[in-house]
Design a protein around this ligand. Structure first.
Ligand code: GDP
Length: 444
């Protein structure tokens, strides 16, 4: 998502570099190119207009800075205007004073509501909440089962009509779910509603009736960022039909142009709270306008990366590994642990994509073969603890056994072990030179 837009904007802004002073004509030309880039990314016209006029006015205005050169100044303005369009400050969820906090999910069928329900449930549970999912999509075949699967994966209970009781009335299910949440002391209730392929009156009415039955603290409009310009009209229809207090963008991992994401907040006036970027339960983030803007402008998203790293790594374990590394004593066991920690942060392509300058490495990223890591993982898992500790003991018959057990070629094992020895030798040399480094608290 945003790749093309990001490339275009980065190159427009790059053209400004090296200019001592920007004339009005320079600014107009830059604004024109930004305008084209935004329109090509499917950003809604009114949003493009207000963005461009904001940038132009500020760039031509009196904002002369001592610290920044004119090009940097424009980049700063474009960044700030982009943050504004995306909603400014990060908007956090509002929790009810008297639990349960009720969150209603609304949106078209296929927008990713049920998937999101699972992601949110897991996210809340990780923070110590006791969420409950409610199945009010009684129209789509299998929607209830799908929610149950999602709930199971997140280890969160699902409130659904009894099977065999006919289709059931979603409004009634919703109402009873709140009583159940109070009784079972769930502090968060996530209500999944039915959607249709297109906006239709009956669906809106049902969603509005459910809303009235549960009086949600937050109603989240879930929108598939891949649907392009339609996202804006759908958002308007939901705003008028049900009303919502926040937006969730889904499928930001897709390769669509992303204009929807940039338009919905400005057009509906409601903030984006979360972004979904994959089918797995952990592919999901709180939406930060400033981080998204810097990502679009090719400045990477270091903050998100750092947060994900903090979650995935066990601090103590990492420090121990760093200390061992400093003394050149790393084993394959440590190596496996560190690798698993990195992989817990998500697919490497996503991680690398957050680094500044990643835009230029796109081809390499696209060709990155994650199965290579699977093989390395399988090989190390196939080893005994003694072998992991001291790979020197891995003789021919042990190699054969590991290859059989992990389904890889003997040459893969040789590669891994040789590279490990090389790396360890290098570390030992460095440790010898510097008297230890990292984590060990050495004197130098
Ligand atoms: P619902 O009809 O609104 O409940 O939508 P679902 O949750 O069933 O999602 C529809 C499809 O989109 C499913 O195949 C999901 O796996 C997929 N999906 C949901 N969220 C994402 C996402 O962020 N990225 C991708 N690539 N697929 C998603």
């Amino acid at each position: 998502m945003f790749d093309t837009l990001s490339d275009r904007l980065t190159s427009v802004l790059k053209n400004l570099r090296g200019k001592g002073k920007l004339s009005d004509a320079d600014i107009d030309a830059t604004a024109r190119e930004i305008r084209i880039a935004l329109l090509e990314a499917d950003v809604a016209l009114p949003v493009v207009r207000s963005f461009i006029s904001g940038v132009k006015e500020r760039a031509k205005g009196a904002e002369v800075s001592q610290a920044l050169n004119p090009a940097q100044q424009v980049i700063k303005i474009v960044n700030e205007e982009l943050v504004n369009i995306l909603g400014g400050e990060t908007r956090r969820l509002e929790y009810a004073k008297n639990p349960p906090t009720v969150i209603l999910l609304a949106g078209l069928q296929g927008s990713g509501k049920t998937t999101l329900a699972g992601k949110l449930a897991r996210w809340f549970a990780q923070q110590g909440h006791t969420p409950m999912l409610v199945a009010c999509d009684l129209q789509r075949p299998n929607a209830v089962t799908q929610l149950q699967v999602v709930g199971e994966r997140a280890s969160v209970p699902v409130y659904a009509p009894e099977p065999g009781n006919g289709v059931g009335d979603p409004v009634d299910v919703a109402r009873r779910s709140i009583e159940e949440a109070r009784r079972a002391q769930h502090d968060i209730v996530l209500v999944d509603t039915a959607g249709r392929l297109g906006v239709d009156e009956e669906m809106m009415k049902q969603a509005a009736d459910i809303r009235d039955a549960v009086t949600p603290d937050e109603t989240l409009f879930v929108v598939d960022a891949m649907i392009g310009q339609d996202a804006v009209s759908t958002a308007e229809a939901f705003r008028d039909g049900v009303g919502f207090s926040g937006v969730v963008l889904t499928k930001l991992d897709g390769d669509a142009r992303g204009g929807a994401a940039l338009s919905v907040r400005e057009v509906t006036g409601q903030p984006i709270l979360f972004a979904s970027n994959g089918e797995k339960v952990e592919d999901f983030d709180v939406f930060h306008p400033d981080r998204m803007a810097s990502r679009i402008l090719g400045m990477g998203d270091m903050l998100t990366l750092i947060e994900q790293a903090e979650q995935a790594f066990d601090q103590e374990q990492a420090e121990q590994a760093a200390a061992k590394l400093g003394q050149g004593q790393l084993t394959l066991e440590d190596f496996l642990e560190q690798m698993l920690a990195v992989r817990r942060m998500g697919p490497l392509q996503n991680l690398l994509g957050m680094l500044p300058g990643a835009g230029q490495m796109k081809d390499q990223l696209a060709n990155f073969d994650e199965t290579h890591l699977d093989r390395v993982q399988a090989i190390i898992r196939g080893m005994t603890p003694a072998e992991r500790d001291d790979p020197k003991i891995i003789n021919a018959s042990r190699r054969q056994r590991i290859a059989n057990g992990s389904g890889v070629k003997i040459s893969d094992i040789n590669d891994l072990v040789n590279r490990f020895f090389e790396a360890r030798k290098m570390m030992q040399q460095m440790a010898g030179q510097f008297g230890g480094f990292g984590g060990g608290g050495g004197t130098r």
